[in-house]
Design a protein around this ligand. Structure first.
Ligand code: 26Q
Length: 832
C-alpha cells in the first residue's frame, strides 16, 4: 500500500487483479482465501471474529489497490498535500463505512449470506477505534472522509495509542473506568510500515558550534531518543478513487537500547528504559478540557509532531531535491487545536539547525505552511506549559520560541504600539505573570498564516474576546470555518432506512452534494412521505429500546418522545440543567398524576474525565434519579430516565436515528460549535437549544419555527456577570427550581443526603458558574412547547423533515472545500 520503493509507473499498473473483483463472487473467493490462508481456519469452523477479520481483509485488498494508485498518482504529479496534525481521531468502526463508501455493501451481504453468515452480526464484532475524547477527535475523522471523497491529497497524522479513551462502566450508579483494549488481538485495518520509522530526540542540551568559516550554529546534544513506527489506515472516500492515509505513530525504544543491554551489563535498567520509551504512545489522555502540564503529554505531542514532520520532509526531499523555496508549494499543515503547536518551533529547528536556512527565510516558510484551528474559548482549556518543564524536555525548542517571541514583540507589536508594555504583556508567547509559562495559543497564532474558529459565533468571540490584540496586529489572519459532519457515516451508514427513503425520493446525489437534500422540503407536508419517515423513526426507536432493555434492564416504549443528550459530561454543557428539569417534572407528576404530558424517555450518554469530580457526581445523580423514577408506579411510566454506558461513536450511531429531541443546552458562549447537534438534526431530531455555537446557524438554516430556542444570549450572559449573578435570587423566586434542587440534595434518591451535596453546592453556594438557575424557567417553558408540538404528529413530522432537508450546509464536504480554498490552497487531483 501507500509508498513503495517501486517506480511510480510500476504502481499504476498494479490494479485489476482478478482476485479483487468487486462482485459477490469475487468477495466470496477473497473471504474464503483469507479464512484459510491468513487466519488458518475454515468456513465450517471460523469464529465470528474470524469472519469479521476475513471480510475486512477482503475489502482491504480492494482498498489497498486504490491506495497504491492514489499514491502513485500523487507522486507522479508531485501534488501539494494537506497534512492534518491531530492528537485525536475518533474513527469508530470501519468495515460498514468502507463497504458503503465503496458500494460493496450489497455484494458483501450476498457473499456472506451464500456462505451462511449474516453481515450485520459480523459488523458487530468490530471494536471501535476510539482514539479521541469527543468533538475534536470525531471532527478529524469526518474531515478525513471528506478529503478522500473530494479527491484532495491529504495525510492524517496522529498517535497509535495502545489504549484509546477508557471504557465506561456504571457500577452502583457511578462511573468506573476500564482500559480500552481495541488492538489487543490486532486490527485488520492497520498496516505497520517499519521502513518509514523515525528516530526523534528529547531532553539533552544545546551547544553553539562553529564551522571552519567561523559560522556558528546550534546543536542539540546528549539527547534521549525514541523511535516512531508508523501504522497506516486507509481512508476510503465515497464514490471516489482517492484513498488517503491516516498514519499513526507508535513509540519504541531505539536500537541504542540493544547496544546498551549487551554492553552495559545493566539489563534491568535497560529494560526499564525500553518500557519508558514505550509508555509514550500507551494511552490517550482522557481530558477534553485542561489537565495542566503533565510531562508525558508534552512528550506525546512532540513525539508525534517530530515523527510527522520528519516524514513530511523525507517525502518532500525525495520528490523535490534541495529546493526549500518549493516547500510551501507542496506542503500545508493544519494544527487541530494547539496540541500539535510544537510543530512550529520543530520546523524552525529543522530548517535553521539542520538545513542551515537563514532564520527569516525559515520563518516565512513556516508561516506559509501552518494554519491553526481553535476549538475552545474556555480559559482553563488553553494550553500552557511551564517554562522550566518545557526547557528540560525540549531545550532547543524553548530557545527558538524565545527568539520567535522576541522578534514578534520587537517587530510587529512595537511597530503597532510603540513602547506599550501592556500590549506586549498580553501578546507575549511567554506568560510572565506568575511562574513563567509558554502560551501555546499565542505561539499558534504567531506561527500560522490562518487562524479559524469552528462556528460563526465562536469566531466572532475569538476575535473580540480571546484575541482582540492579535486581530488588530494580523487583521487578515482570522476566519470562520463552520464545522461539519460527513453525511455518509451520519446518515447513509447509521440510518440506512432513512438514507434509502431519501434516495428513493430525490435520488442519491445528496451523498456527494448535501445541498440536494433541500429537494425534500416539498415532501414535508406529503402525508405518505410523512408516514414513511415516521415509520423509519419508530423502527429505530424499537431497536434502541431493545438496546436499553438489554444493557440497562429498563423497559421503554417506542411511542414515547425520545429526548437525548449525548456528549462529554461537562458543567458548561449543562447535563445538570436537564437533570434538575426532570426532577421538577417528576415532582409535577407526583402532584398531578393525570397531568397531560406525553410520555418521555430521557436518554443520556456521557463520559466524564476520570479526575472531574463534579462531572462524575452529575452522572451518579442521573443514575440515581433513573432508579427512582423508572420504578415509581405513581408516574405511570410517563417519564423514564436512561443512562446508556460507554457512549462512543458506535453507540451514537444507534441513538441518533432513534432521537426525537436533541439537547444542545450549553451556556451561551461556551460551546465552540458542537457537531452532535448537526448529526441529530440531520436524522430528524428537533433541537432544544441555546443560541450557542453552531446552534445559531442551525436555527438560521431550519427556520425559527423548526427549533426550540431558549435561554440567555451571549450578551445577556455577559451583562448578568457584570451586574453580578446570584443564583439564590432565582432559587428564592422560583419554587419549582427550589423544590427540585432541595429534593435532589435530600436523602430521597440514594438514602444519603451527602451524595449530591457537591452538585447542590456548585449550583448555589459556589455561584452556579454556568447559570443553570438563570436559564431554568426559560428551559422549562421551551420543554413544554416541545411537549405541545409532539402531541401533533403531522406538525412534528413536518418540522423533522424540514430539519433533514435543511442540514446541507453542515456537510463536512462544505467545510473541507472552504479549508481547501481559503486556507490550504489545495486542488482536487483527478484520477490517474
Ligand atoms: C489538552 C491538554 C491536555 C490534555 C488534553 C487536552 C485536550 C484534549 C481534547 C483538550 C481539549 C480536547 C478536546 C476538545 C474538543 O473536543 N472540543 C470540541 O471541538 C469540537 C469540534 O470543533 C466542537 O464542536 C466543540 O464545541 C468543542 O467543545
Amino acid at each position: 500500500m501507500s509508498e513503495t520503493n517501486s517506480s511510480p509507473s510500476d504502481l499504476v499498473q498494479s490494479g485489476n487483479l482478478s482476485s479483487v473483483e468487486n462482485t459477490s463472487d469475487g468477495l466470496k473467493v477473497s473471504i474464503g482465501n483469507h479464512l484459510r490462508f491468513t487466519l488458518a481456519t475454515g468456513i465450517g469452523i471460523a469464529s465470528d471474529r474470524d469472519w469479521w477479520v476475513a471480510t475486512c481483509l477482503a475489502v482491504r485488498d480492494r482498498v489497498l489497490d486504490l491506495s497504491s494508485r492514489t499514491n502513485a498518482n500523487h507522486r507522479n504529479k508531485n501534488v501539494r498535500r494537506l497534512h492534518y496534525l491531530s492528537l485525536e481521531y475518533l474513527m469508530g468502526r470501519l468495515l460498514e463505512n468502507n463497504l458503503r463508501n465503496s458500494d460493496l455493501y450489497d455484494a458483501a451481504k450476498q457473499a456472506l449470506g451464500e456462505m451462511g453468515k449474516d453481515l450485520d452480526s459480523i459488523l458487530n464484532k468490530e471494536p471501535d477505534m476510539g482514539l479521541g475524547n469527543g468533538g475534536l477527535g470525531r471532527l478529524a475523522a469526518c474531515f478525513l472522509d471528506s478529503l478522500s471523497t473530494l479527491d484532495l491529497p491529504a495525510v492524517g497524522y496522529g498517535i497509535h495509542y495502545e489504549f484509546g479513551l477508557f471504557r465506561q462502566e456504571i457500577v452502583g450508579g457511578r462511573q468506573m473506568e476500564q482500559p480500552d483494549v481495541w488492538t489487543r488481538d490486532g486490527n485488520p485495518w492497520k498496516i505497520v510500515r517499519p521502513d518509514y520509522r523515525q528516530t526523534i530526540n528529547l531532553y539533552g542540551k544545546t551547544v553553539q558550534k562553529f564551522d571552519d568559516q567561523g559560522k556558528g550554529h546550534v546543536e542539540w546534544v546528549d539527547t534521549k531518543t525514541i523511535v516512531g513506527v508508523p501504522w497506516d489506515i486507509p481512508i476510503v472516500g465515497y464514490d471516489s478513487e482517492t484513498v488517503n492515509l491516516l498514519r499513526l505513530w507508535e513509540a519504541h525504544a531505539s536500537d541504542a537500547f540493544n547496544f546498551h543491554v549487551f554492553n552495559s551489563g545493566s539489563y534491568m535498567e535497560a529494560i526499564h528504559d525500553k518500557a519508558m520509551a514505550e509508555t509514550v504512545s500507551k494511552v490517550l489522555y482522557p481530558n477534553d478540557s485542561t489537565e495542566t502540564g503533565k510531562e508525558l503529554r508534552l512528550v506525546q505531542q512532540y513525539f508525534f509532531v517530530a515523527c510527522s514532520l520528519a516524514d513530511i520532509v523525507r517525502r518532500f526531499k525525495r520528490d523535490n531535491p534541495a529546493h526549500w523555496s518549493l516547500f510551501p508549494d507542496k506542503v500545508a499543515v493544519q494544527l487541530n487545536d494547539t496540541h500539535p503547536a510544537v510543530a512550529i518551533p520543530e520546523l524552525m529547528r529543522i530548517l535553521v539547525d539542520q538545513e542551515f536556512l537563514k532564520w527569516n527565510e525559515a520563518w516565512e516558510i513556516c508561516k506559509k505552511i501552518f494554519a491553526y484551528t481553535n476549538h475552545t474559548l474556555l480559559p482553563e482549556a488553553l494550553e500552557m506549559w511551564s517554562v522550566p518543564l518545557f526547557g528540560r524536555v525540549l531545550p532547543r525548542h524553548l530557545e527558538i520560541i524565545f527568539e520567535i517571541n522576541r522578534l514578534f514583540l520587537d517587530g510587529e507589536v512595537e511597530k503597532m504600539w510603540p513602547g506599550d508594555s501592556e500590549k506586549k504583556r498580553v501578546l507575549s508567547i511567554i506568560d510572565e505573570r506568575g511562574a513563567k509559562s509558554v502560551r501555546m495559543a499565542n505561539l499558534s497564532v504567531v506561527g500560522s498564516h490562518a487562524v479559524n474558529g469552528v462556528a460563526a459565533l465562536h469566531t466572532r468571540l475569538l476575535r473580540e474576546k480571546l484575541f482582540p490584540e492579535f486581530d488588530a496586529v494580523f487583521p487578515d489572519r482570522f476566519l470562520n470555518l463552520t464545522n461539519g459532519i460527513t453525511f455518509r457515516r451520519w446518515l447513509d451508514v447509521c440510518n440506512p432506512q432513512l438514507s434509502k427513503l431519501i434516495s428513493d425520493t430525490i435520488g442519491t446525489g445528496w451523498k456527494k452534494d448535501a445541498m440536494k437534500l433541500t429537494a425534500l422540503e416539498s415532501y414535508a407536508d406529503d402525508n405518505s412521505f410523512q408516514q414513511c419517515y415516521r415509520r423509519i423513526k419508530r423502527d429505530a426507536k424499537v431497536r434502541l429500546a431493545k438496546i436499553i432493555q438489554d444493557t440497562c434492564g429498563i423497559t421503554v416504549s417506542p411511542d414515547a418522545l425520545f429526548d437525548v443528550q449525548i456528549k462529554r459530561l461537562h458543567e458548561y454543557k449543562r447535563q445538570h440543567l436537564n437533570l434538575v428539569h426532570i426532577v421538577a417534572l417528576y415532582q409535577k407528576l407526583l402532584a398531578d398524576p393525570d397531568a397531560d404530558i406525553h410520555p418521555r424517555v430521557f436518554i443520556f450518554g456521557a463520559k466524564a474525565a476520570p479526575g472531574y469530580f463534579l462531572a462524575k457526581n452529575i452522572i451518579h445523580a442521573i443514575n440515581a434519579l433513573g432508579s427512582k423514577v423508572n420504578n415509581d408506579p405513581r408516574v405511570k411510566g410517563k417519564i423514564k430516565v436512561v443512562f446508556l454506558p460507554n457512549y462512543g461513536v458506535t453507540l451514537a450511531e444507534r441513538i441518533i436515528p432513534a432521537s426525537d429531541l436533541s439537547e444542545q443546552i450549553s451556556t451561551a458562549g461556551k460551546e465552540a460549535s458542537g457537531t452532535g447537534n448537526m448529526k441529530l438534526a440531520l436524522n430528524g431530531a428537533l433541537t432544544i437549544g441555546t443560541l450557542d455555537g453552531a446552534n445559531v446557524e442551525i436555527k438560521e438554516e431550519v427556520g425559527d419555527d423548526n427549533i426550540f430556542i431558549f435561554g440567555l444570549t451571549v450578551e445577556e450572559v455577559n451583562d448578568l456577570h457584570t451586574r453580578g449573578y446570584n443564583p439564590w435570587d432565582y432559587y428564592w423566586a422560583d419554587s419549582q427550581v427550589r423544590n427540585a434542587i432541595d429534593w435532589l440534595a435530600s436523602d430521597f434518591f440514594t438514602g444519603n443526603s451527602a451524595d449530591f451535596k457537591p452538585l447542590r453546592d456548585s449550583l448555589l453556594d459556589h455561584g452556579d458558574p454556568y447559570m443553570v438557575l438563570a436559564d431554568f424557567a426559560s428551559y422549562a417553558r421551551a420543554q413544554s412547547d416541545v411537549d405541545a408540538a409532539y402531541k401533533n404528529p403531522a406538525k412534528w413530522d413536518r418540522m423533522a423533515i424540514l430539519n433533514t432537508a435543511r442540514m446541507g450546509k453542515f456537510s463536512s464536504d462544505r467545510t473541507i472545500s472552504e479549508y481547501a480554498e481559503k486556507v490550504w490552497n489545495l486542488k482536487a487531483v483527478s484520477r490517474a
